[in-house]
Write a protein that binds this ligand. Structure first.
Ligand code: MG
Length: 294
């Protein structure tokens, strides 16, 4: 199933997208703040409730504005850094963005986890701000993101997939100069508009996350062409490490890292500028498209 959050005629809805017919059935929900998108639905399901009934009216995908599936995450977005070997190498070679890890070329022994503030989230087709006053090294990172479906702590690898609701796409937009300057990555990854998310959340049964392609184009030039089979830490390992002492909650978002081909990896680097269009495609989920504005 594909869960979608959208607006039509200035009203917000959440529903199920039928990919074949490109139509949407919207949930008939009351007592829920519709601005939270798919999050209240995930919480309902995690508490054992059934999916809500649908409204009679159906919508055509072409007629609606697609919103971020979880526009206001309850807390920071967890992000895994350096989870693809070729990306570890390109970051080390660049000398930029090595952050707090002094041995930037080393493959990490444990997942590197940082976070982005929840207010960074924007939808597909929303603009990414250039932030020229603070960065000259604006960069993109195409990523598969896990959406947690069930509360848990001390989750083992063997049980980890029981806690996954589904997946979406995230662009972990990054200011490389701020990554280097501040050592820790939080500021560099948390500027306003730095987390494009969407277009939909696809339930876990629809995607083989051991073999899913991730591609990213900048102005129609293919820059990243990876596959989740190249993960250094697979999703169960990430969930086991993260949840060892931190309770995970329904609706939590975990971005799983980016393949090689980011702007800082080129010689010379190819950072983003105003009017650049970044398109990320993850097999089975769709496309996340955002333009950079001044
Ligand atoms: Mg990243």
């Amino acid at each position: 199933m594909q869960f979608i959050h959208f607006s039509f005629d200035k009203q917000k809805f959440t529903g199920i997208l039928d990919k074949t017919s490109q139509t949407i059935k919207a949930f008939d929900i009351s007592g829920v703040d519709l601005k939270y998108g798919v999050l209240p639905i995930i919480e309902m399901l995690s508490s054992g409730k059934e999916l809500p009934a649908f409204k009679d009216e159906q919508f055509n995908l072409n007629d609606v504005e697609v919103l971020a599936p979880i526009p206001f995450p309850r807390r920071n977005i967890f992000c895994v850094g350096k989870n693809y070997l070729e990306h570890v190498k390109e970051v080390a070679a660049s000398g930029l963005g090595s952050g707090a890890n002094n041995n930037a070329a080393d493959v990490p022994s444990y997942p590197i986890v940082f976070s982005k503030v929840p207010e960074t989230v924007i939808a597909t087709n929303n603009p990414i701000q250039r932030h020229r006053h603070v960065t000259n090294c604006l960069d993109y990172e195409s990523e598969l993101a896990v959406i947690i479906g069930k509360e848990g702590r001390g989750i083992t690898k063997e049980n980890a997939m029981d806690y996954v609701f589904g997946y979406t796409i995230v662009n972990d937009v990054s200011a490389r100069d701020l990554q280097k300057r501040h050592q820790q990555w939080h500021i560099a990854k948390s500027l306003d508009t730095f987390c494009p998310m969407g277009p939909v959340i696809v339930t876990k049964d629809e995607i083989d996350v051991a073999n899913t392609s991730i591609k990213c184009w900048v102005n129609n030039e293919l820059r990243q062409d990876g596959n989740t089979s190249q993960f250094i830490f697979d999703i169960p390992t990430i969930i086991e490490n993260l949840s060892a002492g931190i309770t995970l909650y329904p609706g939590d978002v975990i971005a799983t890292g980016t393949p090689s081909g980011v702007g800082v990896g080129f010689v010379p680097p190819r950072f983003l500028d105003t009017a650049d269009i970044i398109k990320i495609q993850v097999e089975g989920i769709g496309e996340l498209v955002n333009v950079v504005i001044e």
